[in-house]
Design a protein around this ligand. Structure first.
Ligand code: FES
Length: 189
């Protein structure tokens, strides 16, 4: 059966269903749907991609430190948004994505690996502004670029703690990324 005949055959099938419950959409419906999507994607100025917004889970605004107490390259640990979620607050000395403070170089990240939850406590390398390598599978994360993977086994960036500054005080207001061990973030905005 050539394609035209196949399309005709499919067009005559009831509700797009083939024998029994084998298929829910006919080939014709599938091709038409796919064709429409391809056409939309190729129109000038149109894209299938929705505008990109970072997914942020909002949590209670909580003071986690102060700018004056931070020393470059010397991370401070804190818990947020729950007592058993351990994070690191660090002044990188270089502008960073999501960085706050006068030089946009103060960031905070969760310290459990996105891969299998390996601990990254004490793994900050000030010379390169990275966290890692993870002791389990050796992943290292770039803290100037939203915690993206530099090398190693993991495929997801480190969850970044969203920060705000008010005067000298540093507040955590949410989390970008899913903390290891949690099935979902709440309060996603
Ligand atoms: S748990 Fe750290 S890279 Fe796998």
């Amino acid at each position: 059966m050539n394609i035209d005949n196949q399309l005709l055959h499919d067009d005559h099938s009831k509700d797009g269903h083939e024998d029994g419950d084998r298929a829910c959409m006919s080939r014709r419906q599938f091709l038409l749907t796919g064709g429409a999507l391809v056409a939309m994607a190729t129109l000038p100025g149109m894209s299938l991609a929705a505008p990109l917004h970072a997914l942020k889970a909002g949590y209670a605004r909580t003071k986690i430190g102060s700018l004056s107490a931070l020393k470059e390259g010397m991370p401070l640990e804190f818990s947020y948004p729950y007592a058993d979620v351990h994070n690191v607050l660090v002044k990188l000395g270089a502008p960073a994505g999501g960085g706050v403070g006068p030089h946009k170089d103060v960031v905070a990240f969760n310290q459990q690996r996105t891969h299998m939850g390996g601990p990254l406590n004490g793994a900050y390398k000030a010379q390169h502004q990275v966290l890692g390598p993870c002791p389990l599978h050796l992943t290292t994360f770039d803290l100037t670029r939203h915690g993206m993977v530099v090398s190693g086994h993991a495929t997801e960036s480190l969850p970044q703690i969203v920060l705000e500054v008010q005067g000298d005080d540093i507040y955590a207001t949410g989390v970008m990324g899913l903390i290891y061990g949690y099935a979902a973030n709440t309060g996603r905005a």
